[in-house]
Design a binder for this molecule. Sequence first.
Ligand code: HEC
Length: 117
Amino acid sequence: MDDFNACVLPMRFVLFAALGLTCALPALAADPLPKPLRLGLCAACHGETGMAQMPGAPNLAGQRLDYLRQALKEYRDGTRNVPLMRAAIGPLSDAELDQLARWYSAQVPQSQAAAHP
Ligand code: HEC
């Protein structure tokens, strides 16, 4: 058992260190996209990274910015009359919708990226 632990624990440490690095590096990139303040309103259904968390919610990751921005405005003004999304968006400002659209548009769909733990 001692042999086992001696081997596994350092391995874990190395793994965590590596994970920490890969997570930290994008944050140091030249043009970091700040997490939108309102992201929490959307994450329950669309996930923070735009991968749907519930049946019926579309994936938003990597969707075109124009399309997302337009869709959000249509939900807000009722052109797209989906009560669920209208309630989620509520009275968000253009700036807030823009931030959210940019965020989701910039996400990489997870099937093409490393899976998050
Ligand atoms: C309660 C779950 C829920 C929440 C919370 C929610 N959504 Fe949605 N969202 C949905 C569903 C369901 C749809 C599909 C609606 C439809 O059929 O048009 C959708 C559709 C969308 C679409 C259109 C996607 C497309 O391909 O046309 C966008 C963009 C979107 N949501 C963004 C957001 C943003 C941004 C937030 C946070 C402000 C948010 N959603 C919060 C459930 C949710």
